[in-house]
Design a protein around this ligand. Structure first.
Ligand code: ZN
Length: 374
């Protein structure tokens, strides 16, 4: 079911960068469509002593995700932007991405109510929302968002609309710089539902989730999984980020020994190894480091080696339209090694050939020779 949802954004740590980054990430995600984006407002922080002012905004999107799944996706974007959730709901933050209103619905989500009753009292929520969904009626109250915003009469000190000139530029985000998310901070709250599932696994395997060493394990696992499965929320277009150049070069380009770590979809246990990618350009080449990023997009998911190999080859074809592409993956599978099914030093090799690499034995042989050379 496709639903229209309003998301409220807020940032008061490095807000000049973080708010536009969050907007950029929302625009790029294929699991929803952004229909409207509000102007940015500057507002003072609510509660908890002096702290920096906020940038606030709101986005209207359309999605097939359930509110719970959408919430999880938003938490991942927050984590990428360095957000650490704590029990203190007023603490300064790099970014806040909250579902505040699902059209024509009144629901409970993770202990809170939707639409968020705070909309009725807080200009930093009501104003941006009224800009993009003026006619939505707040159930039970019977007022439109526009009427709610008009009823609040905030002073200029309470909310200030940023002019278009003052609007920060959207800088492209490399989330690889902000992946230090494996450690758990005191009081951190990350994804309570996911953490509860991990706690249940611990109990089921005969552990005591309350013992010292395991207390914050569910939190760490939740964060680790977000990272290890970040391929689901990353697109090839995003990582390539226009690093494609026109070039007359028609020699084979090879990027060899790209390290990767993935998890097999049958056991959710790691497999890892190296990827070799070669292509014959046809007017377009790509920055070498980007090839490794493309590998990560497909490795950081639950995978089978054959599919990952094909996906990397197809992505190269899509973005470069080259004369041909070859991908070879050598991997060790812990799910086999740990059970003794596979000898410790053996590896599984898969390949995917496209275009000339498939049709022309000499091209293929040249590629295979070049990746074997030591
Ligand atoms: Zn397996």
């Amino acid at each position: 079911m496709t639903e229209s949802v309003l998301i409220a954004l807020g940032s008061n740590i490095d807000r000049q960068r973080n708010l536009p980054r969050a907007l950029a990430l929302l625009h790029r995600d294929s699991r929803w469509r952004v229909l409207a984006e509000s102007p940015i407002y500057e507002t003072p922080a609510v509660g908890n002593g002096p702290q920096p002012d906020y940038f606030n905004a709101a986005v209207l999107l359309e999605t097939d995700l359930s509110p719970a799944d959408l919430r999880r996706a938003l938490r991942r974007i927050e984590a990428r932007l360095g957000r650490v959730r704590t029990a203190d709901k007023f603490a300064p933050r790099t970014i806040d991405l909250d579902i505040v209103f699902v059209k024509d619905r009144q629901i409970a989500l993770n202990g809170g109510l939707l639409p968020d009753p705070d909309i009725l009292d807080h200009p930093h929520l009501a104003f941006p929302l009224a800009d993009i969904a003026p006619d939505w009626i707040f159930p039970g109250v019977g007022l439109t968002l526009n009427q709610i915003a008009e009823s609040l009469h905030p002073s200029a000190a309470e909310i200030r609309k940023m002019t278009t000139d003052a609007r920060p530029n959207i800088k492209m985000l490399s989330h690889y710089g902000t992946d230090q998310i494996f450690e758990a901070e005191d009081n951190e709250v990350y994804d309570p539902e996911f953490e509860e599932l991990i706690r249940q696994i611990l109990v089921r395997i005969g552990e005591d989730p309350e013992r010292e060493g395991l207390k914050r394990t569910p939190l760490r696992v939740a964060k680790a999984y977000d990272f290890l499965t970040s391929g689901y929320t990353t697109t090839v277009a995003e990582v390539v980020n226009n690093a494609i150049f026109t070039d007359g070069c028609d020699e084979m380009v090879i990027v060899r020994d790209i390290e990767f770590y993935s998890m097999c979809e049958h056991h959710m246990i790691p497999f890892f190894g190296r990827v070799h990618v070669g292509y014959l350009p046809q007017g377009k080449v790509i920055g070498l480091s980007k090839v490794a990023r493309i590998v990560d997009v497909f490795a950081r998911r639950l995978q089978i080696q054959e599919r990952m190999t094909n996906q990397i080859a197809d992505a190269m074809v899509d973005i470069l339209a080259p004369m041909g592409v070859g991908v070879v993956v050598e991997a060790s599978h812990l799910c086999m090694m740990m059970r003794g099914v596979q000898k410790q030093n053996s590896s599984t090799i898969t390949s995917a050939m496209r275009g000339l690499f498939k049709k022309d034995a000499r091209t293929r042989a040249e590629f295979m020779n070049l990746i074997r050379e030591r």
